[in-house]
Design a protein around this ligand. Sequence first.
Ligand SMILES: *Cc1c(COP(=O)(O)O)cnc(C)c1O
Length: 463
Amino acid sequence: MPRRDADYSRALARAVHHSTAWLHSLADRPVGPSRTAHDLGAAFGGPLPRQGMPAEEVIDFLARNAEPGLMAMPSGRFFGWVIGGTLPAALASDWLVSAWDQNACFRYATPAAAAIEESAGAWLLELLGLPRESDVGFVTGATMANFTGMAAARWRLLTDAGWDLDRDGLAGAPRIRCYVGRERHDTVDLGLRYLGLGQPTAVAADREGRLIPAALDAALAEGGGPALVCLQAGNVHSGAFDPFPEAIAVARKHGAWVHVDGAFGLWAAAAPGLRHLTSGYGEADSWATDAHKTLNVPYDCGIAIVRDAAALRSAMGLHASYLVHDAEGPGDPFEKVPELSRRARGVPVWAALKSLGGDGVAAQVHGLAAAASDIAAGLAVLDGVEVLNDVGYTQVCVAFGDDHTTRAVTARIIDDGRVWMSGSRWHGRDILRISVSNWQTAGEDVGTAVAAVGSAFAAVRSG
Ligand SMILES: *Cc1c(COP(=O)(O)O)cnc(C)c1O
């Protein structure tokens, strides 16, 4: 076991060497991996060795054998799913987080981690235009941020209905009616499942996937009792935002808690030219977002924001019931997230915000949206290519005539390796989805993306 400074130094020096080699390779390496997990199994597997290996050799072995199986997700030519890269300050601060090895759950025990995360939280509320009294929790991703916001909702709704959730559990409790737009992200349903709230009612959405407020009104009017409405900032296909002022007014009329899943869309609020997309969303009760997408910090980092701090701390804290005087202070980190022990994952958020500044965040988000609209414009002029969504944020959906052709083009793009884009299905069709989420995506990457799609389509057509 490494116990001496020298052991750390040698292992860390190797990690620096391999990390920088990897980051330098991103400029021109093929984006996709060249080996499958099955192929790589042999190098990493076999019987557990009886004898150990010096730390620096472990790091060399790991880097050498992992390399062919790495996806260039931090590359500016990666457009799959919705995946961010990592800013230099965010990556380097993440290394510090590991070296410091703080268990960031108690404020008094790890004061630096608490102070940094509290500051990051306050900056986020300011940047995103959300109520300053909200609690901010750093979780693993938007899935857990959705879960956390909706757990606070469940506690508040049942408490207000006179039900003691902590003592009596869910069995026999008033049913919480849950409403989502038809095109919500599946992780909202997952969060509701974790919470024992069952399957939500899906409300009609328009062509871009925006929930229709009149349909929400009609659905809510059909029943009574506690209700939870989940809205969306940023549809994974179209990038569209639900109409917050109208939808929140409807929810309020029926006394519902409003949660907003803004895994990548919440960041539009930080960009003056895109802020109109989130207009009115600050009237909701809770918000979920990712820092590992649009902000570009390393995995894993999501953010749960809840205005009703008492509800959040009651749902997540270790106390059976909430202690009033704590609500006025910043509270302990463990009261705001599902975990007790955890890494100080808010530190890379702080470092990203400190390195970019508010103007830098705005420029980054504007840059992603501009690249998406440039890619869409470049593709729209190609004969036989259909851009299917109104490109107003970071997402572009494209089809190439029939499903068979679209699938073939997607496979060729991935094979070609210059860029990586995902296939998906939307409105009953196979599509190619392009998400611009990496801070490094520049004009030349936009050109490469358009050229790669164009040549894949030409090849499929001719052959
Ligand atoms: C990515 C995403 C999620 C899930 O986020 P994770 O970070 O993968 O947990 C939820 N909602 C939306 C809209 C997303 O884009």
